[in-house]
Ligand binder design. Structure first.
Ligand code: 13P
Length: 254
């Protein structure tokens, strides 16, 4: 059975002092909490530092991005091997902020998925529609297209031991989360879409919801049968709020 994953995406936020505070707070508040996986993805310059802070913790270290190359003349980029060397195991790719601000294409993101799999890292593939696409009834088509880019390059088996984060763009950072029913409908569509190719892959793939998840709405979202945790932005920067979200996931009854 798949295990719920709550992952904090710090985006471009934080400092060493903040990381120390947050990790200390989380370690204290989450001691003894089991039943779901927890990950944090700080900015890349703090990975090594945070890895050391997590030495005696069950919290998983994640990263926010990766390049498709392993080495060479690619100024400013970071490789899968480098992330692995500093202890990251889960890597966010295809976040809408990278699709928008860095013009990352579905094909490029699928290549990132490939390099992560080759290096035994867990891809956390973000997908999701804009508000206009949502209103035009294109949510399923957009999600299918973003997933198909990976399937076309690597086959559906690539989703074994991988994570999909459904993050409707209109819900990110807006305080306007999808309703549990809305999110569940899309999650079910995603799982069914994969199941058409391989039922076993579909059954085990972790599908997180992301977009204005907080300590108030988390429990109801996690109660949905196809919502396997969350990718959390703003609320992951505060130990109290993030710990409450993790506890909601740990206690979720399916
Ligand atoms: P918020 O939780 O701040 O809406 O961000 C969601 C997100 O983009 C996580 O990757």
């Amino acid at each position: 059975m798949r295990k719920t994953l709550v992952m904090g995406n710090w985006k471009l936020n934080g400092s060493k002092a903040m990381a120390l505070d947050l990790v200390t707070g989380l370690s204290n508040q989450l001691a003894g909490v089991s039943g779901c996986d927890v990950a944090i993805a700080p900015p890349v310059v703090y990975l090594d530092y945070v890895q050391k802070l997590l030495a005696n913790s069950n919290i998983i270290l994640g990263a926010q991005n990766v390049d498709t190359h392993l080495s060479g003349a690619y100024t400013g980029d970071i490789s899968a091997e480098m992330l692995k060397e500093v202890g990251a195991t889960h890597v966010i790719i295809g976040h809408s902020e990278r699709r928008t601000y860095h013009k990352e294409s579905d094909k490029f993101i699928a290549e990132k998925f490939a390099v992560l799999k080759e290096n035994n890292l867990v891809p956390v593939l973000c997908i999701g529609e804009t508000e206009a696409e949502n209103e035009a009834g294109q949510t399923e088509a957009v999600c299918a297209k973003q997933i198909n880019a990976v399937i076309d390059l690597l086959g559906v088996q690539a989703f074994n031991n991988a994570v999909i984060a459904y993050e409707p763009i209109w819900a990110i950072g807006t305080g306007k989360s999808a309703t549990p029913a809305q999110a569940q409908a899309v999650h079910k569509f995603i799982r069914d879409h994969i199941a058409k190719l391989d039922a076993n892959v579909a059954k085990q793939v972790v599908i997180q919801y992301g977009g204005s998840v907080n300590d108030k709405n988390a429990a109801e979202l996690f109660a949905q049968p196809d919502i396997d945790g969350a990718l959390v932005g703003g609320a992951s920067l505060k130990a109290d709020a993030f710990a409450a979200i993790v506890k909601a996931a740990a206690h979720a009854k399916k």
